[in-house]
Design a protein around this ligand. Structure first.
Ligand SMILES: [Mg+2]
Length: 270
């Protein structure tokens, strides 16, 4: 069996390393999304990146030539915000992060409070939950404040635990590295909302009212995309355009989370 043998209703599509690499589209990615739409398969742009708002994701995809709409974007920031219960309704949600988290919290009806807000200290006793996402401007004092509050709450949500981000010069430390800092200092283990948490796939499908049998996931990272798909019970397709070495190891059966199918790129799909 291959992906062509099933009448899918929805595809969860990873972004970086799958549709583009940094600022460059992967050849065939725009046409791949067009083919999905022509076949009546809902494309869902499924990303651990919590920094961008859905509109910013759409604008980035448009620069890559891919047509997308904000409601088709599912981010780990949204999954994080959806995880916070109504008990936080009368208080603030303290966060480290960029626009993607702020907007996701607002959309879920929470009151976001940035560690950088001028009144953060006077509002601190009304904080009910804490969310940590990537923020390239975060400083020691802000991390200290977040660690102290996390220790007091006994819980925090990490949008994603990606350890390294691909960059022009090798890599940049990812949100998982900052999460390890907070975990060590606060002695609190986070709830990680993004891939490979299978609940993230469940959250995405529930937004579209689609069952797992009718959806597939495609991505370049065996440890996040494929593991997430396998844990949730989705047909999982690995592309070799991103984290190349890991993809090769998976193809050789050296990883726990073997994809159902390995293809060169999304250009080979449908
Ligand atoms: Mg990727």
């Amino acid at each position: 069996m291959t992906h062509k043998d099933v009448d899918w209703k929805l595809g969860l599509i990873d972004l970086d390393g799958t549709l583009y690499r940094g600022g460059r589209p992967i050849p065939g990615s725009a046409e791949f999304v067009v083919r999905l739409r022509e076949r009546g398969i809902q494309p869902v742009f499924f990303t651990n990146n919590a920094t961008r708002t859905p509109i910013a994701v759409v604008q980035h995809l448009e620069r890559m030539g891919v047509e997308a709409f904000p409601h088709e974007v599912v981010t780990s920031a949204q999954a994080s915000a959806s995880r916070i219960g109504p008990s936080a309704a009368d208080g603030y949600v303290l966060y480290i992060g960029e626009a993607g988290i702020h907007e996701a919290l607002r959309e879920e009806g929470h009151q976001p409070l940035s560690v950088r807000h001028p009144k953060v200290r006077e509002r601190l006793n009304r904080v009910k939950a804490a969310v940590l996402g990537l923020d390239s401007q975060v400083n020691y004092a802000e991390l200290a404040l977040f660690c102290q509050k996390t220790a007091e709450l006994g819980a925090f949500i990490l949008t994603n635990a990606d350890v390294q981000l691909p960059a022009e010069e090798g890599f940049l430390p990812g949100n998982g590295a900052i999460g390890a800092f907070v975990e060590t200092a606060s002695r609190v283990r986070p709830y990680v909302a993004g891939k490979p948490n299978p609940d993230f796939a469940g959250y995405a499908l529930s937004r579209f009212g689609i069952c797992r049998e009718d959806a597939f996931v495609v991505g370049d990272n065996p440890e996040t995309d494929i593991r997430c798909g396998r844990l949730f019970g989705l047909y999982s397709i690995l592309v070799e355009t991103g984290v190349a070495e890991a993809a090769r190891r998976a193809a050789n059966g050296e990883l726990d989370d073997e994809p159902d199918e390995v293809v060169g790129s999304v250009g080979d799909l449908f």
